[in-house]
Design a protein around this ligand. Sequence first.
Ligand code: ADP
Ligand code: MG
Length: 292
Amino acid sequence: ATPMALMVASGRGAQLGIFLKGHRALEVSRQIDTVVFDKTGTITTGELSVIDMTIDPACGRDRDEIAALAASVESSSEHAIGAALARAVPDASVTDVEDFTAVPGCGVTGRVGGVEVMVGSPRWVGDARQVDPALVATRRDEQRRGRTVVYVALEGRVCAAVVVADAVKDSAADAIAELHRQGLRTLMVTGDNAVAAQIIADEVGIGEVIAEVLPDGKVDVVAQLQAQGCAVAMVGDGINDAPALATADLGLAIGRGTDVAIGAADIILVRHSLHTVPEALGLARETWKTIR
Ligand code: ADP
Ligand code: MG
């Protein structure tokens, strides 16, 4: 009966786009009491787009020039924000970048045609520099609407605030409500700004938010919950989620999850829909009951 139940479960799982990696996932799933979600690409679609850009009028460069320089550096980035900025200009405006560096959880730097370009979180780019009040206002106002704002600095001067929008997945609110019905506690962890993150969490009904977490910090969040006695499932899609997926009692890689995330996970959810999270946990619990 045991292998039969597992076959049935994996058959049903496959239909739902749920792939369990080994039996451990079944055993652990029934103990899970806490589910931690990554934000970008997990709660949201991760298909970001640039919707606005505020320029410091005194910076001496125009909008197209700033956008092109930022896009050129970001075209070497693997981050969804980078892809959004790179897509926001015509291909012909993207030129070669030298000395590209990506700082996880912060942003990117590089030189384009001799100009030093830095693109990243307002904290990372702006906090140690003078910033035009118009850019500060954009940062504050747009974050309050749940949007992500990044600053662009050229030759060390902050020239623009770029507003990036991402859509919450249609399935998110229902899936979170279902997890709450199952008696689970939910949290969202993100490197993004706290105000923007809280708006998204409120929109989907997630109970707790831990924001402005550096990529390594996601592991710490999971480990801390475990230290408090929680049995933690982590749901994420990105390279920067891999350590947390591996540390969690149960790691679920979702959507077009990067190979690294898939490698670190116990359960692979091939659809983007968040419904598959309660479904996967439910399926594992039921299967465990049958084989026990
Ligand atoms: P998330 O948890 O949303 O995936 P990350 O930890 O990857 O966030 O990034 C946190 C923040 O760092 C972003 O909100 C952004 O402000 C900044 N950042 C990271 N990578 C980039 C990039 N390539 N370009 C611009 N900003 C970036
Ligand atoms: Mg993500």
